[in-house]
Ligand binder design. Structure first.
Ligand SMILES: CCCCCCCCCCCCC/C=C/[C@@H](O)[C@H](CO)NC(=O)CCCCCCCCCCCCCCC
Ligand SMILES: Nc1ncnc2c1ncn2[C@@H]1O[C@H](COP(=O)(O)OP(=O)(O)OP(=O)(O)O)[C@@H](O)[C@H]1O
Ligand SMILES: [Ca+2]
Length: 585
């Protein structure tokens, strides 16, 4: 196929002549009029060409087109090191070529467009975009319209954009509306926005597969639609851990070329009802208290976590609990093996075979038999009891701006396991040391009061069910209140009254909730003996939960963190090998 695609000719960049060659895999151009020594070769994989336009075209920061008949412009992925992160920044490389004739120019653009078509089945053509105008620094719309939309247009992607007006609008849309014709869903916001899309897509996929999510033992069906994240939140840790940088243009380019990164998902159940899904953190104790405290200071934006973190740290709390976990196979990998889950990670690709053994190519999501859980019965549950500073379960490293290597630096994005981090009660300064090590490359697990296990499932319960009953009682009280309020509302009809009433009802309920939480504060005498669960930035209404890891349940338009150190100036490599060549600018 690529042989008849071959095209070679002289092309000019400015007033310099180059020798340009297009094969099926690469577009290369080398300075022509220079002695052999310092010839500079630029080589761009066709898979990383974003678009080809006639004339001399600019896209970012402003679009400008000078439509001439002997020029054409090639846009492609350009990598550069990012100062603050391990991942590589992607930007839009652009080279304007001049040809001696219009015929040759048209030949180049036609050949390049044909070559692009060989990669188009992996590339999205139609996307559903949700923008959260209130996330992070409230710049979602501006980020999308100024940086992302021009790139989607260049790549010929049509997008249906919805700016959300309320929380859970994206999730509800994905659960109910017609999604045919869309190749993927893009969320412009933070982790909370991603979580909405995650819940919508997983729920929709199980609905259509006739599966019941509430059954803790069910084998969930992977989602066919990819999820793209344009970071515009406060923590943005899902984007950070899957792309390696927090940069809208980098994320948009990963979406455009159709990268595909499978991602483990943790389901959280209470009794036999599904509570939430999580990918970055299910945290009890410190992280739960930080989230609860930060909800009161949302007006602070991203700083709310640092402020709340300090307040919670100084309150010096620890919590009693029983943690039971089902260890993963220790021969495959361990949270202390110092591996890094990077682009092309072989721990994850090996687990693809294990998770989806029957599929011819592990990429296909529709293989009917998922034996990944038959081995769930294997392995013995381990149970520990005591007082903890925090209990965290994470499916991935959960690296983010605050913690570049993340909660669990050697966790894997798509290996079908999660890491359980137990921080036992300890001296405040020791706990501070544990926290502080997150901000550097020191090993936060190398402390006597910290233990970490690679797991497939975790159960958390309170030592004596009494507390749960007490809270259950308060829970009952809340539910009764909600019931009565709702019944009152429904009885008095009239939509505008209903709307006004629902505002009143929410106020009343919050008031009751505050009363309830004061009660609970009293019933636990001093500081509350029970913390809350932080599930990807959402507070869970239950304390006793059952978590289970579902391997590679969703796919993101990403490729994992590219190892900046591997970035080399690529010299002549044969066209045959598909090795991604990193063009060095
Ligand atoms: C001394 C320096 C300590 C630095 C501690 C760094 C540890 C940070 C680890 C961050 C892990 C983020 C996991 C991601 C969770 C997201 O799905 C979720 C939704 O976006 N974000 C949060 O829940 C938001 C959770 C954010 C928690 C941040 C806590 C900030 C800690 C500040 C503690 C300062 C102690 C100062 C003592 C004087
Ligand atoms: N239009 C809206 N109005 C109010 N809330 C919204 C709206 N759209 C989405 N939300 C909710 O806002 C919450 C926070 O959004 P998002 O996660 O994007 O920002 P963030 O919390 O600042 O970032 P992070 O979660 O990374 O810390 C989400 O849980 C989402 O459900
Ligand atoms: Ca994992």
């Amino acid at each position: 196929m690529e042989t008849d695609l071959r095209l070679e000719s002289s092309l000019w960049i400015g007033n310099k002549r180059y020798r340009a060659v297009l094969t099926g895999w690469h577009l290369k151009w080398t300075e022509a009029d220079k002695k052999n020594g310092d010839k500079k070769t630029v080589s761009v994989p066709v898979a990383e060409v974003v678009g080809v336009e006639n004339g001399r075209v600019e896209i970012l920061p402003q679009k400008s087109v000078e439509d001439t008949d002997k020029d054409f412009t090639v846009f492609y992925i350009k990598r550069s090191r990012s100062r603050s992160t391990y991942g590589l920044l992607w930007s839009l490389g652009r080279t304007q070529f001049s040809c001696p004739s219009r015929v040759l120019r048209d030949q180049w653009t036609n050949h390049l467009r044909t070559a692009l078509k060989t990669h188009s089945p992996l590339r999205p053509h139609r996307l559903l975009v949700f923008i959260n105008p209130f996330g992070g620094k409230k710049k979602g719309r501006e980020i999308y319209h100024s940086l992302v939309a021009p790139l989607f247009e260049l790549a010929g992607i049509s997008s249906h954009v919805i700016v959300t007006e309320r929380a859970n609008q994206a999730r509800d849309h994905l659960l109910k509306k017609d999604l045919t014709g869309f190749d993927g869903v893009v969320c412009v916001g933070g982790d909370g926005m991603f979580s909405e899309v995650l819940h919508g897509l997983i729920g929709r996929t199980q609905q259509e597969a006739g599966l019941c999510e509430t059954d803790p033992a069910v084998t969930l069906q992977p989602c066919p639609l990819h999820i793209g994240i344009i970071p515009a939140g406060s923590t943005d840790c899902v984007c950070y851990a899957t792309v390696g940088v927090i940069d809208p243009v980098s994320s948009a380019l990963h979406i455009i070329i159709g990268d595909s990164q499978p991602l483990d998902v943790c389901s959280v159940h209470h009794a036999s009802t599904l509570v939430r899904y999580s990918v970055s953190l299910v945290g009890y104790g410190f992280y739960g208290d930080v989230l609860a405290e930060s909800e009161k200071h949302r007006w602070m934006g991203p700083l709310r976590y640092d402020y709340s973190g300090t307040v919670v740290y100084l309150s010096n709390r620890s919590y009693a609990g029983i943690v039971q976990y089902l260890p993963a196979d220790p021969l495959l990998s361990s949270p202390k093996d110092k591996t890094r889950c990077l682009s092309g990670c072989n721990v994850c690709s090996r687990s693809t075979e294990r998770l989806f053994p029957h599929t011819s190519d592990s990429g296909s999501l529709y293989s009917s038999h998922f034996s990944q859980y038959s081995n769930d019965s294997e392995g013995e549950w381990v149970s520990v009891e005591g007082r903890f500073r925090c209990v965290s379960i994470t499916c991935m490293s959960s690296s983010c701006a605050r913690s570049p290597l993340g909660l669990s630096p050697s966790a894997h994005l798509a290996d079908g396991t999660g890491d359980l981090i137990l921080v036992w009660d300890t001296h405040p300064l020791s706990f501070l040391k544990f926290l502080y090590r997150h901000t550097s490359t020191q090993d936060q697990f190398d402390l006597p009061f910290v233990e970490v296990h690679r797991v497939k499932a975790v159960r958390f319960s309170l030592p004596d069910g009494r507390e749960e009953e007490v809270h259950e009682g308060i829970g009952e009280l809340n539910r009764a209140i909600e019931e009565r309020e709702y019944v009152d509302t429904v009885s008095r009809n009239g939509s505008q009254q209903q709307l006004a009433q629902s505002v009143v009802e929410r106020e009343t309920m919050n008031e009751h909730k505050t009363v309830a939480s004061i009660l609970c504060g009293l019933c636990c005498k001093k500081t509350p003996a029970v913390s809350v669960w932080n599930c990807d930035g959402e507070i869970l209404p239950f304390t006793e939960i059952f978590c289970r890891i579902h391997g590679q349940l969703v796919r993101l338009y990403a490729r994992g963190i590219e190892d900046g150190a591997a970035m080399q100036n690529c010299s002549q490599e044969s066209d045959k090998n598909k090795s991604r060549c990193i063009t060095y600018k």
